[in-house]
Design a protein around this ligand. Structure first.
Ligand code: HPA
Length: 267
């Protein structure tokens, strides 16, 4: 997979605008954050050469360039999932594009099931670490030398961004938990036995995204903040049906708090 065509095309559109410093990936139901971007330039994924296409509901399928406060950003409204059939490389491809355009930090968000019984629907969790049960490998290596092997020795998620997120939540008068994001391939939700296992092995939330993008960002030396919005409670003793509508509804409530965190971290 080549970056050149997509990067040249986007740089051409950006003209003399500032290069993005921070990449933001908006998860299910959290796309409203994109509307806060000032002086926006929205580019449809299907107009970008070599770009993969987003198909999951609730996703716009656009890259939005602009600023949030004084920070130049590029946001992805709509992301790619392994369960749509994309490889790790394809799923993480936009991250490489955004990094090549200048982004050195990434804020990635998702909707996830709350595995830790302390979590309620609408809660936001700051991702401190992850468990990758999604599998798959990366073939495409933009740097020509993989740093993925370092991820177990060096924390992937950036301490200072995590702390900034906690402070932003505190200032906006709500509390957030730090925890572990467990990634599955999906697209099926879990069985009760699987939820039990996930609790035992240390997962706090479970979702089907984020890890490929975070691994690529880590490889590229980007600083990463991950935020999960709890869209449903994954209680093995009270099985619930988590459908896409539920995920989107929880997202609307949590979006305001998510915005407070993103703005606080950027400030
Ligand atoms: N399981 C997996 N992925 C999810 C869930 C869940 O319960 N909720 C939102 N994404």
């Amino acid at each position: 997979m080549k970056l050149t065509h997509a990067v040249d095309y986007l740089n051409g559109l950006l003209g003399d605008r500032r290069s993005p410093e921070v990449a933001i990936i908006l998860g299910s139901g959290l796309g409203g954050l994109a509307d806060l971007i000032e002086d926006p330039l929205a580019v449809d994924y299907h107009d970008i050469p070599d770009f993969v296409r987003s198909t999951a509901g609730g996703h716009r399928g656009q890259m939005i360039f602009g600023s949030l406060g004084s920070v130049s950003v590029v946001a992805m409204a709509g992301r790619f999932h392994r369960y749509e059939g994309w490889s790790n490389d394809e799923t993480a491809y936009p991250v490489r594009v955004m990094q090549a355009l200048g982004a050195t930090r990434m804020i990635v968000s998702n909707a996830a099931g709350g595995v830790n019984p302390k979590l309620k629907v609408g809660d936001i969790m700051i991702i401190r670490d992850h468990i990758n049960l999604m599998g798959g490998t990366f073939a495409f290596n933009a740097s020509g030398r993989s740093r993925l092997g370092q991820s177990s020795r060096h924390p992937i998620y950036d301490e200072s961004m995590m702390e900034a997120a906690r402070v932003a939540a505190m200032r906006a008068d709500f509390s957030v938990m730090f925890g572990c994001y467990l990634a599955t391939l999906g697209p099926t939700y879990e069985t009760r036995a699987e939820y039990r296992m996930m609790r035992k092995i240390g997962g706090d939330v479970v979702g089907m995204s984020t890890v490929p993008e975070v691994l690529a960002a880590g490889e590229l030396g980007m600083k990463v903040l991950g935020l999960s919005m709890v869209s449903n409670v994954a209680d093995p003793d009270r099985p619930n049906v988590a459908d896409h509508q539920e995920v989107l509804a929880a997202g609307q409530d949590a979006a305001v708090r998510m915005e407070a965190i993103v703005r606080g971290v950027l400030a």
